[in-house]
Design a protein around this ligand. Structure first.
Ligand code: FAD
Length: 464
């Protein structure tokens, strides 16, 4: 079961609300439920080193700062956030025992890590006669309800989207005006010193900034999303990924605010549905593992060509759209969807590298890195995932650049070596009659790389 029905919690004195990927007060079913059912509510966040170690610095910073912002918002409402560091399976039952709470409320999550953690916390609480109650808040719809007529999870986007559109939504919940927390319950909280962002141009963390971002996006950007989302410079999309990942906004808030615009919002809500599909897929994978793809045997490991993988990571492949995207990622923790598609296609097709190399690299850098969406995007690009890109479709990074960065302003911004290269050569500098100082020649001939990938994929599908 994905989550419990709302308002199952019996009236009680103290309830703990354990925040995780839901760092907001508005549209928070578990918090609303706790306030309705308990005289005192203790908001808790557990800093879990397993999640912080190895995460992209941009993402760790956004998380810690959003937790600090949540504390600030709670204090303004007469409460505060108890922040502890440690293993939640130990800390959560310890806190519940210390404050005499017989129930801990939280929002459901879908990753195998989160589900194993929640099962262990629930078991530890139960041994003490307490319980963990999970509500929704991470998704638009319950994955157990969005199934095909035969009761199976969807594996194809369009019918999934149709079904998702028909699913009733729960009502949006306002932020509580006060959160009745007892000050002594907050004693011993970890001090969250505010830190400077590790990279420039990161989104401002916290719920208030996220709300502002959403409203500005709907007012100024959303109407142009259909075409704008393809632009390589990223100026045509919402940049709400970190908010949706850490829950400074709920997907329901994003969807319903966008829908106020009317028909123009459809292209955007369709993309939210891809997020939903990938999250549902991860949820179902625990019980229904995916059949391995026949293409998997075609890919090479990093040991087969470490220099090519390093060149890809460092933005020195000699292919401008790929290099600009990889340098933008390293410098800002972000790149547009179109840039993600091009870099993923180049790694998995022209270089024929295992998609998991790219999946790991993106998770180590993206501010909006998200297990479900990142895995979904990489598997789709490699042709091994849900409703994936067919193996014979290979993006040409030169033509993609000419189409989605027609003036070359974006590649020149991230590759200063190309500053003086005229527009007609900027996406293929090797064709320029003038030598381009300091920029490498392509590490792979695009036509040869393409032909090698097609041959390898053809052979792999024949072996199936
Ligand atoms: P917008 O276009 O404004 O979309 C709004 C939100 O909808 C996004 O923030 C995201 O939550 C969701 N969304 C949009 N497109 C997709 C999509 N194709 N799949 C799933 N969700 C989508 N998205 C992540 O959130 N985290 C990742 O780690 C991630 N890794 C990716 C890796 C690859 C190889 C690819 C091809 C795509 C990946 N995406 C990922 C999906 C998409 O590229 C990003 O969500 C989007 O570029 C983020 O920018 P935005 O917030 O401005 O998106």
């Amino acid at each position: 079961m994905f989550c419990m029905t709302l308002y199952k919690v019996q009236p009680r004195d103290v309830a703990v609300v354990w925040f995780r990927r839901d760092l907001r007060l508005a549209d928070h079913p578990a918090l609303t439920e706790a306030i309705a059912a308990a005289r005192t509510v203790l908001p808790l966040y557990v800093l879990d080193d397993r999640l912080l170690t190895g995460a992209a610095p941009a993402r760790s910073w956004f998380l810690r700062e959003s937790v600090a912002e949540l504390d600030r918002e709670l204090r303004e409402r007469g409460g505060g956030l108890l922040v502890r560091r440690g293993d939640p399976t130990v800390v959560v039952p310890e806190v519940a025992r210390a404050v005499g709470a017989d129930v801990v409320l939280a929002s459901s999550d879908v990753t195998s890590f989160a589900r194993a953690r929640d099962a262990a916390v629930a078991a530890a609480l139960e041994r003490d006669g307490r319980s963990l109650v999970l509500s929704d808040g991470l998704l638009l719809a319950d994955p157990d309800r969005v199934r095909t007529g035969a009761g199976r999870p969807y594996t194809v986007f369009t019918p999934f989207w149709r079904k998702l559109q028909q699913e009733p939504r729960r009502p949006l919940l306002p932020a509580p005006t006060s959160v009745p927390t007892t000050p002594e319950h907050l004693r011993g909280s970890v001090e969250l010193g505010r830190e400077q962002p590790p990279l420039p141009d990161l989104p401002l963390p916290g719920e208030a900034a996220a709300q502002e971002r959403l409203e500005r996006w709907v007012a100024d950007g959303l109407a142009g999303y259909g075409a704008g989302r393809e632009l390589l410079d990223g100026s045509g999309s919402s940049r709400l990924g970190a908010d949706l990942h850490f829950g400074t906004l709920s997907p329901l808030q994003v969807e319903s605010t966008a829908q106020e615009l009317g028909a123009g919002a459809e292209a955007f809500t369709r993309q939210l549905a891809w997020r939903e599909l990938y999250h549902h897929h991860l949820y179902h994978q625990a019980s229904e593992p995916r059949r391995p793809s026949s293409l998997a045997s075609a890919f090479r490991s990093e040991a087969d060509d470490p220099a090519a993988v390093s060149a890809w990571r460092d933005g020195r492949t000699g292919i401008p759209t790929v290099d600009a995207a990889m340098r933008q990622l390293a410098s800002t923790g972000w790149m547009s969807n179109r840039a993600r598609l091009i870099t993923a296609s180049f790694l998995t097709r022209h270089l024929l590298m295992d998609w998991r190399i790219g999946e790991r690299h993106f998770m180590a850098h993206l501010v909006d890195g998200d297990v479900a969406n990142n895995r979904g995007g990489w598997e789709w690009s490699a042709g091994v995932g849900l409703d994936a890109q067919p193996w014979f479709r290979i993006l040409n990074p030169v033509r993609q650049g000419q189409r989605f960065d027609p003036e070359g302003a974006w590649v020149r911004r991230w590759i200063p070596e190309l500053a003086g290269v005229p527009g007609r050569y900027v996406h293929a500098p090797w064709e320029s009659p003038e030598a381009v100082a300091g920029y490498p020649a392509p590490i792979v001939d695009l036509a040869e790389g393409r032909a090698r990938a097609l041959e390898a994929f053809r052979a792999a599908t024949r072996r199936d």
